[in-house]
Design a protein around this ligand. Sequence first.
Ligand SMILES: *Cc1c(COP(=O)(O)O)cnc(C)c1O
Length: 359
Amino acid sequence: MRVFNFAAGPATLPLEVLEQAREELTDWRGCGMSVMEISHRSKAFVSVAEEAESLLRELMGIPDSYRVLFLQGGATGQFAAVPLNLTRPDSVVDYINTGSWSKKAIAEAKQYCRVNIAADEAESKYTTVPDPAALKLTPGAAYVHYTPNETIGGVEFPYVPDTGDVPLVADMSSTILSRPIDVTKFGVIYAGAQKNIGPSGLCVVIVREDLLGRVRPETPSILNYTAMAKDGSMLNTPPTFAWYIAGLVFKWIKAQGGLAAMAERNRVKAEMLYRAIDESGFYRNPVAKNCRSWMNVPFTLARPELDKKFLEEAEAAGLTNLAGHRSVGGMRASIYNAMPPEGVDALIAFMREFERRYG
Ligand SMILES: *Cc1c(COP(=O)(O)O)cnc(C)c1O
């Protein structure tokens, strides 16, 4: 039996995608082999790769002046790749610190260049985003980096920072494809696949073409945007199966009505869950209302000694992986694109019943 899986990542995938993958697993498109077993340079695989890219371009409205890369090393690899591709050791870069993932990106960047913290939400315990007017941006910075959705804290920017001519770099791992965005506002967008795109092992990078060619000479080739763009992300063997599944997920999103339809579905799911939390006297979400994530909804119980029971009973009811990140505790429901509205309905019904019995 399929459960409703609220894991933050690797996360639930659309059932239709898994069913198609199962159907094609041993004999893909009449090859007599699985897609995992064919050369990444074969015509058949190259068509899969190209189709995935063109679907992503169509879904996100990515202009021709951007390159789309399918890389490895996760979003964490990009924490190093971004400064290596866009700076010199004496460059200044601006980072907005809104929580756990911002901090990791900052720590990595500090190894390669001079990091200015343009805003730090420590005072609110990372339950807020900075006011746009409060950003202390460096004129002439090599780039500005931010995390549109903090997967652990459940904090999401309700705006895109305006950085003028300075390239804006976004770690969209846990929010990409959740709604339409204006790609032209960004210099680089990157996202580990295992939240809203597909299996882990793949990282999608969308980079504006004029930012290529700035790479530092010591950059490992597999993190080198310029080299990877030149070789169609096939400088070495790419994660072919993950790439193939990503293509199926893009096709699924398109069939759902694209990103506008995804956004509406996500907005409704999130609003229902936050309303259930706010209306109870038992559950609580600490995040400021203007920046609550549509994708990751952390919440606590009025009595933390009930956490274990909550998780056990939820699991028994087919609602899994609701424990909060090990760094914060409590609960977290990740409700990415592939979480159906019925999953959120079931969670809310369970939460109400749990509160009735133990609240
Ligand atoms: C999951 C996540 C990461 C880490 O991704 P890896 O692929 O494990 O390196 C980085 N940033 C954000 C916002 C994430 O959600």
